[in-house]
Each structure stands twice: as structure tokens, then as C-alpha cells.
Design a protein around this ligand. Structure first.
Ligand SMILES: [Fe+2]
Length: 294
């Protein structure tokens, strides 16, 4: 686990081959973000294919497994208290920032039916952060149908239509994609820059007094941060002032850029995030000095 608190756990992982077991999380909902790779996803609700840029929202208690077609690198976000849901859209209307109809759900298709074998299967069940193994003399992913409004759902970042204003640098909350009572997941997608000469064109300096702010960089050129590459994470704890790096600030003031070219996932957590030893071992300690002019 890289970062955690009472309400969420966040880590990255790579899946190279299909695991020989299923998993079921009894502690909380899971939100997976596919950073790299593609393949098939099987669960209680059927089969769907995944690809780079997909979010997969998995309700607690769902059995599932991956069958990667290529090495799959994931960001995993677990909500161990509140359910993960969609944000209120308020004045923007229910079709902002993505149409709810674009959410895909698994299907009971031929591929799903074909994997329903009588082979012995194991399910690793997580509860109270401990694992228990349940063995079945068959594959328990044997549904033939389902109804209701609870299911795994998939959203690709390409289907997110970011909100912007030509005169006003909107706060990151406008990019909220998934929410719980304790944290919010925002997606930064390519968008036009502000065009009004008086508009702020880069994020304002702030100390995010209400949230710890974790950003996973997925793709593109991260215009407000220097020396950040895809696959990296930054953590800005609550109360520590920060803003654009000096080079980004200068570029923003010159007004040469017309669009952003970045895709990033931000998790803002009300409760302080604990940094694990695993995360500390790969920390780039020079990050804190990266605001110094050179
Ligand atoms: Fe920030």
C-alpha cells in the first residue's frame, strides 16, 4: 500500500498474467484506473474488455479477475468506508462532465459463458484488511443474468468533456469524476487554455487546507509541473503552500499555449494520507526543491 488512511487505500500494481484466483473485497468499493495495457475483465456481472484510460468502478463484494492481453499497470483506489458514487453536477446539469449513458456495464456474452467451467477455483476474500481463501469445485462466476442498478461500470477518460471558461481558471473540483464522503477523484483532461488577457492560466497558489492532494500522472505533458513523467505520483499534504513550477508559471504568463496536453488523476482526501515505507523507498527527495529557480 503506498498511501492510506481510515477511509481509503491507494496503490499501484502491474498484472502480467492472469492470476490463478478470483478476488472479492468485503472492506469497500474499488476504483481501478488502467494506466497501461488491455485485456478482459470478468466479474459477477459478466465480461467487459478494458484498455488504457479506463476507470473500472467495482462495488464491494463483487468477485472479479483480470485476463490481461498485455502487461497491465493499474492505479487502485479502495474506499473502505463510504461507497464511491458520481458527483452532483449542480448548475452544470446531469450530462456534465460525461453523460451517465456512456458508463458501460459487463455483459453475459459468449466469452463469459465459455469461462464457466467445472474447474476448481479459489477466491481471495478481503475483510478487516485480512485475506481468507474460499475454494469452489467450479468457477463461481456463473451468472446467467442480472438486474438492478448495482454493477461494475467502466468510464474511459476519452469520454470526459472537461468544463472550462475563457475568463476564469476553474477550481479542480469542477473536474470531479467520482466522490465519496471522505475523498474525491478528479480527472484532468486536455482542454483549451483561458484566452482572456486578464485570466489566470495556470493553477493558483494554494495550501489545500481541507484535503491531502495526491496526483497520478497518466499521459501527456504536465504543464504546471516540471520533471514529472507518466507513472509518477505527487503528494501535497494539507497546509503546504504550492502552485505552478517557475517554468510553468513563466510559460503561462507568456500566453503561448492554447491547450493543455495532460491526463492525470487526482485524489483529494479529507483525512491525512499515511505514506508507506514502500512509497518512501521510491521517493524523489528533490521534488520539494523543484520550485527553486535555477
Ligand atoms: Fe494543489
Amino acid at each position: 500500500m503506498l498511501f492510506s488512511n481510515e477511509s481509503c487505500r491507494i496503490r499501484t500494481c502491474t498484472v502480467k498474467t492472469a492470476p490463478d484466483h478470483l478476488v472479492r473485497n468485503g472492506d469497500g468499493d474499488e476504483l481501478l484506473f488502467v494506466h497501461r495495457g488491455e485485456g478482459a475483465f470478468f466479474c459477477d456481472f459478466g465480461h467487459l474488455d478494458y484498455r488504457e484510460g479506463d476507470y473500472l468502478l467495482i462495488p464491494r463484494g463483487t468477485m472479479w479477475r483480470f485476463q490481461p492481453a498485455s502487461d497491465t499497470r493499474l492505479l487502485l483506489i479502495e474506499s473502505s468506508q463510504a461507497s464511491i458514487g458520481l458527483p452532483e453536477k449542480g448548475l452544470l446539469g446531469s450530462h456534465a462532465i460525461f453523460d451517465p449513458a456512456i458508463l458501460d456495464t459487463p455483459e453475459i456474452d459468449d466469452l463469459f459463458i465459455r469461462q464457466q467451467t467445472e474447474e476448481q477455483s479459489r477466491v481471495l476474500v478481503k475483510r478487516h484488511n485480512r485475506l481468507t481463501t474460499i475454494a469452489y469445485p467450479f468457477n463461481p462466476l456463473d451468472a446467467i443474468g442480472w438486474k438492478g442498478d448495482l454493477a461494475v461500470c467502466r468510464l474511459n477518460v476519452a469520454d470526459i468533456r472537461p468544463v472550462m471558461s475563457h475568463r476564469y481558471h476553474l477550481p479542480p473540483s469542477v473536474h470531479s469524476t467520482f466522490v465519496t464522503d471522505q475523498f474525491v477523484v478528479c480527472t484532468f483532461c486536455p482542454r483549451p487554455m483561458e484566452t482572456d488577457p486578464g485570466a489566470l492560466k495556470v493553477p493558483f497558489f494554494h495550501s489545500n487546507d481541507d484535503f491531502d492532494e495526491l496526483i497520478f500522472y497518466h499521459k501527456g505533458e504536465f504543464f504546471s509541473r516540471d520533471n514529472i513523467s507518466p507513472g509518477m505520483l505527487t503528494l501535497h499534504p494539507s497546509g503546504f503552500p504550492h502552485g505552478p513550477h517557475p517554468k510553468a508559471l513563466a510559460t503561462g504568463q507568456q500566453g503561448d499555449r492554447t491547450t493543455t496536453d495532460e491526463i492525470a488523476v487526482m485524489i483529494d482526501s479529507r483525512d491525512a494520507l499515511k505514506v508507506s515505507d514502500e512509497a518512501s523507498r521510491v521517493e524523489w527527495e528533490g521534488y520539494v526543491d523543484s520550485w527553486k529557480e535555477v
